[in-house]
Design a protein around this ligand. Structure first.
Ligand SMILES: CCC/C=C/C=C/C(=O)SCCNC(=O)CCNC(=O)[C@H](O)C(C)(C)COP(=O)(O)OP(=O)(O)OC[C@H]1O[C@@H](n2cnc3c(N)ncnc32)[C@H](O)[C@@H]1OP(=O)(O)O
Length: 291
């Protein structure tokens, strides 16, 4: 009988999907490392890349063997943003009915937004490990991740105004909530000023700056492994509730987590964790079942 995954058009959970613009590797137990992989084009995001990101994170959301993800870029840049040859073509052919063209373009933009929103919807924590330039759509992308680390050589640029458009795939919505400084976000978004690693740290865009790319990846994978060692019921419930509460009043968030935990507090992970603590063991010593 065909599996549910096959019926939905995706591979079996954990089964590899053929990727042309990304590289997916299992680096540690329960940890996946996803690389933007067009180094010759500085990982510029072409249309295939946007689609592969969407499909990859849909697979990861369903994959019970994955508990945390590190996202990085191959080569000398994290990403040069949208592939400029696609940006020009996005508006489609001139001519025809303006309402229908606008309708189709809106649909396209919503689809592109989903390629990043899928990371936020994925219950497994995603760590962005940024080295070198992170430009335009790259900032939108990392804004949808849960944790951001960078190397000393990283730079960030909300570049869209220089291309003649308002950023429309997440930066304007998420960045103010991340850095908590609307004046700074406005300045960056109006001027496309390049922000370097020390400022990214001081404003809260990233939570750690590492000396180089190798150390950055090592630390990001270590943190991912630490997350993956903990109860997936606890970690994934934490992410879902953090994301839910970010955009809502405290009272609504509290109600949501109460409803969430009325099921999740019945997990076997709690007595297992409590026993481990009593035995002076850590969560990494507890064999949590897949989720
Ligand atoms: C509905 C739409 C939603 C999305 C909107 C998104 C908007 C944006 O992302 S705006 C930002 C667009 N990006 C840029 O303006 C960055 C352009 N690139 C650069 O500034 C530099 O390439 C960079 C600083 C990233 C790296 O410089 P470096 O000297 O290391 O490399 P280059 O010699 O410049 O480039 C190497 C090859 O990569 C190609 N390339 C670089 N960026 C892009 C890009 N964004 N799109 C397509 N191709 C790119 C570059 O052409 C070189 O290719 P080749 O000549 O074949 O070697």
């Amino acid at each position: 009988m065909a599996s549910e995954a096959a019926a939905l058009g995706g591979p079996e959970p954990g089964a590899p999907r053929e990727l042309r613009t990304l590289r997916l590797q299992r680096e540690r137990e329960h940890v996946l490392h996803l690389q933007l992989n067009r180094p010759g084009k500085r990982n510029a995001l072409n249309l295939l890349c946007w689609r592969e990101l969407l499909e990859c994170f849909q697979d990861i959301s369903r994959d019970p063997s994955c508990r945390a993800v590190v996202l990085s870029g191959a080569g000398s840049a994290f990403t040069a943003g949208i592939d400029l040859s696609d940006l020009g073509a996005l508006a489609g052919e001139p001519g025809g009915d303006v309402a229908r063209r606008a309708w189709n373009l809106r649909q396209r933009i919503l689809e592109l937004q989903e390629s990043f929103s899928v990371m936020e919807k994925c219950p497994k924590p995603v760590i962005a490990a940024v080295h070198g330039p992170c430009i335009g759509a790259g900032v939108d992308l990392i804004s949808a991740c849960d944790i951001r680390f960078c190397s000393q050589d990283a730079s960030f640029q909300v570049k869209e105004v220089d291309m003649g458009l308002a950023a429309d795939v997440g930066t304007l919505q998420r960045l103010p909530k991340i850095v908590g400084n609307q004046s700074l976000v406005n300045e960056l978004a109006f001027t496309a000023r390049v922000m370097r690693a020390p400022e990214a740290l001081s404003c809260g865009l990233v939570s750690r700056v590492l000396p180089d790319k190798a150390t950055l990846l090592e630390v990001a994978l270590e943190v991912a492994a630490a997350i993956a060692a903990r109860s997936p019921v606890a970690v994934q419930g934490t992410k879902v509730n953090l994301v839910y509460s970010r955009d809502r009043p405290v009272a609504e968030g509290l109600l949501h987590v109460a409803t969430w935990n009325m099921a999740m507090l019945q997990t076997e992970d709690i007595p297992k964790s409590v026993q481990a603590a009593l035995d002076k063991k850590g969560p990494e010593d507890v064999p949590f079942a897949k989720l």
